[in-house]
Design a protein around this ligand. Structure first.
Ligand SMILES: [Fe+2]
Length: 394
């Protein structure tokens, strides 16, 4: 029996831990394996030298994580605590919310997450490797979004059904100050057991520091007291800063398919970094406390609502369990421009959504009868995804 028969996305599995995949090895656009230079900041200089469960360096790292991993006093709010959720989100750049998924929704998404991951893992790697590493990513880590040839999973009925939930919509509406925000896409990420490397701290997007009229209005709606310098039409520095802090352009909800433990690659978030101008420290410079600043304690069915500007990164999964975290991504009401939205949701899927879901998905929905190019093809290699997308467009 192969390891993918009866594969589940949670609980113990024999998937992962490929000793033939060198630490920090990735693949180029054509799928050729290579280890990037340290200067690229894509590698973890402290990673154990072998991807083996009982390797002494892995065991030592595991013991350190067992003793220290996780933010002390991590706050976890209930879905009805909308005000508290917003306050923590603005302050820290993320908030963990308990039980965003009902048991039925969690079950559906677990099945779907396993189904889509199998499509990626079924493609064999070369030279004895169990899998192909995704282009430009660390080994044993995949993105449900970028591994899809359409770059999203909004064509999947399960992902699409999660854009508007009774638990998430009130919090999103509070954070954005309106119900007129937009879905940007859906995907998420995962790491297999044996993802021994830390991913570098990063922001998913850079703040533009543009303050448009629409953004000022958005700030007013969430309670920012907009002030001008006396005798001018210039915003005070304090107001400019508050607008940056309270109007996140891009907000993602990551949904947990399994509990975050000290051992299975809980994500790390650095509180208070969502409106930082400075860049996060490189992997060589990152202090120990940041590597341990993880969301241990969040459980399956919970969600992490995060400002995509906040510094974050993936951490080692030294367990025997996959850590999967599908997501839905949103844009603030004031984010305008064709370059921000691409149509990855088929119209037939859009028709199945709630009225609010339909409203917020308008900008990412294809015309009736048009299947989004590449939707349905999953591949770890960038050039293969490009081929699939081009063939679909012909
Ligand atoms: Fe990220």
């Amino acid at each position: 029996m192969g390891e993918l028969d009866d594969f589940r996305i949670y609980g113990e599995t024999s998937v992962g831990w490929c000793a033939a995949t060198a630490p920090n090895e990735t693949t180029d656009e054509e799928g050729r394996p290579y280890v990037p230079e340290l200067a690229t900041k894509q590698v973890d200089p402290r990673a154990p030298k072998a991807r083996v469960y009982d390797d002494p360096e892995v065991v030592a790292l595991r013991e350190r994580l067992r003793a220290k991993n996780g933010i002390t006093g991590l706050e976890i709010v209930e879905p009805h605590e909308v005000e508290r959720a917003a306050r923590i989100f603005y302050r820290d750049g993320f908030v963990v919310v308990r039980g965003l998924l009902s048991p039925e929704r969690l079950e559906r998404w677990r099945e779907a997450s396993a189904r889509v991951l199998k499509m990626i893992l079924e493609i064999k790697g070369e030279g004895g490797r169990k899998y192909i590493t995704e282009t430009g990513r660390l080994p044993h880590r995949y993105s449900y979004g970028t591994a899809s040839a359409s770059r999203e999973l909004l064509h999947d009925p399960v992902w699409a059904s999660m854009v508007d939930l009774p638990t998430t919509t009130p919090i999103l509406s509070r954070i954005f100050g309106t119900e007129d925000y937009h879905v940007r896409g859906a995907g998420g990420d995962l790491c297999l057991p044996g993802a021994i490397e830390y991913q570098a701290l990063h922001s998913d997007i850079k703040e533009t520091f543009e303050i448009t009229k629409a953004r000022i209005e958005a700030a007013r709606r969430v309670g920012v007291d907009v002030r001008y310098r006396p005798g001018t039409e210039e915003l005070t520095f304090q107001t400019q800063q508050l607008i940056m802090e309270r109007t996140p352009p891009h907000v993602t909800i990551n949904f947990l398919m399994s509990d975050f433990t000290w051992e299975n690659g809980p994500i790390r978030q650095i509180p208070g970094t969502s409106a930082m101008v400075a860049s996060p420290p490189s992997p060589s410079d990152e202090p120990e406390w940041m590597r341990l600043s993880t969301l241990v304690g969040a459980k399956a069915g919970d969600g992490v609502i995060r400002d995509n500007r906040a510094w974050h990164g993936a951490t080692p999964n030294l367990s025997r369990e996959v850590r999967a975290m599908p997501n839905v991504e949103y844009y603030g009401p004031w984010v305008e421009g064709e370059r921000y939205y691409w149509k990855s949701m088929p119209h037939t899927i859009w028709e199945t959504l709630t009225p609010h879901g339909q409203k917020i998905c308008k900008r990412v929905t294809a015309e009736p009868g048009v299947w989004p190019a590449g939707a349905g093809v999953m591949h770890p290699i960038a050039s293969k995804r490009k081929e699939a997308k081009a063939a679909a467009a012909e």
